[in-house]
Design a binder for this molecule. Structure first.
Ligand SMILES: *Cc1c(COP(=O)(O)O)cnc(C)c1O
Length: 380
């Protein structure tokens, strides 16, 4: 079908853009010998896992369900898992489908590490290198902030027994969010400085996610120098597990204008058939302003509107945008960069319908999935 036939609201995954990103990531793998995994928490649309599998080594999971999805939909690929704390009920299945497990504390490593090794998994530990490189307004995304529950500090690591540390095949850190490789380098310097004596005993180091590798201004040569440093200095295999970078700018959210409101002495408002709270929660949580096709900053173009959703939440506001012409009821608007942290995070608050998911190839669209009243009712 073509773009005008899409039922709104809907997410559209742009296969060509996704493949462009995968080629960039594959280039890093080919030049350095590192391995790149999909962090499924950002993007789990498994209809395109066959495509992703052609370029990447596998996926990483935040828990049993994502691990199962990788096991089922990327068969034969590496299946890594990390969790702040594993549940005993989940553990047997995790051991039967994963090949790498990363623990978050010495306690969990002591408790479960030996079982994982016996089941044939490679065992890692998440480190907190205690270097915050994120802007302070991003504290919610900073696992290095004081009192963080994520990762083991050098001080804690030193207290573990040699036997416990002997279980480890690798070390893992994840401290970045939408950052460039200069911040990775700062983090890696601290990590290397702190953990140098243990690195020659490891097989691999995992640099986590948050690398905005497919962004225009990303410094890929610096990333590759970081990878090569670990490889040449310590014989380590380097893993990267980006989420965002894989589907960055590779998806859209199509929506229709339901009503245009005029308010005396205030900005005009357009109510859309999509909700920030339900369909793009990071807009409110991060927060950020999603790019919108053929629009400008407020007042930049002739007509400025505040775009809001159809829920009862007063703050269900996507942002203020300007247009060359007045918005009309029934008109379609297209938000960009909507593949990541959207489908995986949406919800049916207010009984809102879940957007359908389409795949775009060239100018052709195919429906991957649509949702109904049952999807709302079945969860309650
Ligand atoms: C969130 C997360 C990722 C992926 O992060 P992106 O910012 O989407 O690249 C990778 N690893 C871990 C442990 C994470 O928590």
């Amino acid at each position: 079908m073509n773009a005008t036939e899409l039922q709104t609201p809907c997410y559209v995954i742009d296969r060509d853009r996704l493949e462009d990103n995968l080629k960039v990531l594959r280039g890093v793998m080919d030049r350095t010998g590192c391995r790149i995994l999909l962090a499924q928490k950002a993007f789990s649309c498994y209809a395109v896992y066959p495509l992703i599998s052609q370029y990447l080594c596998g996926a990483t999971a935040s828990g049993l369900f994502e691990a199962r999805l990788c096991h089922e939909e990327m068969p034969g690929r590496e299946n890594h898992i990390f969790s702040p704390a594993f549940r005993e009920e989940d553990f047997p299945e995790i051991l039967s489908i994963c090949d790498h497990i990363v623990f978050n504390s010495i306690r969990q490593l002591e408790l479960l590490g030996q079982r994982a090794k016996q089941a044939g998994l490679q065992v890692g530990l998440r480190i907190n290198p205690q270097v915050s490189t994120q802007p302070t307004e991003h504290a919610i995304y900073d696992p290095c902030a004081p009192g963080s529950r994520l990762g083991v500090t050098l001080e804690e690591f030193r207290k573990a027994s040699a036997q416990t540390i002997g279980l480890l095949d690798g070390l893992h850190f994840h401290t970045l969010c939408e950052q460039n490789s200069d911040d990775l380098e700062i983090t890696l310097n601290a990590f290397e400085e702190q953990f140098r004596e243990w690195l020659p005993k490891m097989k691999w180091v995992n640099f986590g996610g948050g690398h905005h590798i497919t962004r225009e201004d990303y410094d890929i040569p610096r990333l590759e120098r970081c990878i090569n440093r670990m490889k040449q200095g310590y014989g380590l295999l380097v893993y990267l597990e980006p989420g965002e970078a894989i589907a960055l700018n590779a998806g859209y959210l199509h929506t229709k204008v339901l009503e245009v409101q005029h308010h005396e002495g205030a900005m005009d408002i357009a109510i859309l058939d999509t909700s920030a709270a339900c369909h793009m929660p990071d807009v409110l949580e991060m927060p950020y302003r999603p790019p919108l096709k053929e629009s400008g900053q407020p007042q930049e173009k002739a007509y400025t509107y505040r775009l809001g959703g159809p829920t009862c939440l007063s703050g269900d506001i996507i942002g203020d945008y300007s247009f060359d012409t007045q918005l009309k009821e029934g008109q379609t608007l297209i938000f960009e960069d909507m593949a990541i942290y959207s489908m995986v995070k949406n919800n049916t608050f207010n009984g809102m319908p879940l957007p359908s998911i389409y795949l775009k190839q060239g100018s052709d669209y195919t429906l991957i999935k649509s949702f109904s009243y049952q999807d709302f009712k079945s969860r309650l």
